[in-house]
Design a protein around this ligand. Structure first.
Ligand code: NDP
Ligand code: 8X3
Length: 257
């Protein structure tokens, strides 16, 4: 098993859910974690918490992944000790709305495409050249079951996750001949703030998504990300499709009555 001790790990979307759990598991294993998201106060609270739990270095990087110039300037101005990113966890992402395509809100589409596809690309484009130059690095993208199976009214969100899958595959191909690794971790239902964001704060509707089943936890996903990151250097886990035992497809969910 590869040690992540003292490796520099950038986690986008570290202020909540899967990204937060990833930040925690890597910090606990002694990695130096860059916590990135838009909500600085959340990152600050997380940093305080992680400092108490683990004795590792943390760096807060406020960044909106949809803002290309901000991504470039934030990543280019990382201090010397933090500049050489070893593991990039492209996790920042969201869904907005659940509508028939022909009734969808175009602003919602723009936000999902800008965040889930273009944001991931901007960060990747800024970080990977340094990894190639140094001859070391691992990019772990958080895709989704939605990138494997489209579900009714999921249209554009699912499309963004199909894109993440294609981008992960393409990046792996383009890095052939280097020691760099690329992984896509693609979960089904995970209970986070995802549905609250999708339904713009409607807690009841959000809770309904997970009602009667045992969903994955952010920690389950972080555990899988960590597993992928800690395989020996000659092993590349390309793709992990994971879902709750109570789920067997995007629209196949067992709920206790
Ligand atoms: P959360 O809403 O709990 O977390 C989303 C994170 O993304 C937050 O930290 C948020 O931070 C960040 N984020 C959103 N937009 C931006 C932006 N423009 N710039 C920077 N950061 C941003 O949801 P999850 O933890 O569930 O989602 C994480 C990833 O997992 C997403 O890519 C999602 O598509 C994917 N996923 C989720 C599943 C689920 O069922 N929950 C299943 C499969 C995949 P902030 O708002 O502070 O910027
Ligand atoms: C999130 C999983 O099925 O709610 O990517 O879209 S799902």
């Amino acid at each position: 098993m590869l040690s992540v001790k003292n490796l520099v790990v950038l986690v986008t979307g570290a202020s909540s859910g899967i990204g937060l759990a990833c930040a925690r598991i890597f910090a606990q294993a002694g990695a130096k974690v860059i916590l990135s998201a838009r909500r600085l106060e959340r990152l600050d609270a997380l940093a305080q918490e992680l400092k108490k739990e683990s004795n590792t270095d943390l760096y807060m990087l406020p960044m909106d992944v949809t803002d290309r110039l901000q991504v470039e300037s934030q990543l280019n101005s990382l201090p010397e000790d933090w500049f050489k990113i070893d593991i990039l966890i492209n996790n920042a992402g969201l869904s907005r709305g659940l509508d028939k395509l022909y009734e969808g809100d175009i602003q919602d589409w723009e936000e999902m495409i800008d965040t889930n596809i273009k944001g991931l690309l901007y960060v990747t484009r800024s970080v990977v050249p340094g990894m190639v130059k140094r001859g070391r690095g691992h990019v772990i993208n958080i895709g989704s079951l939605a990138g494997h199976q489209t579900y009714p009214k999921g249209n554009v969100y699912c499309g963004t996750k199909v894109a993440v899958r294609a981008i992960s595959e393409g990046l792996k191909q383009d890095l052939l001949g280097t020691p760099l690794r690329v992984t896509s971790v693609d979960p089904g239902l995970v209970e986070t703030e995802f549905s609250k964001v999708r339904f713009r704060g409607d807690e009841d509707r959000a809770q309904g998504v997970y009602q009667g089943l045992t969903p994955l936890t952010p920690e389950d996903v972080a555990d899988t990300v960590f597993y992928c990151a800690t395989r020996p250097p000659h092993v590349n886990i390309n793709e992990v499709l994971m879902m709750p035992t109570d789920q067997s497809g995007s629209t196949l969910v067992y709920r206790q009555p």
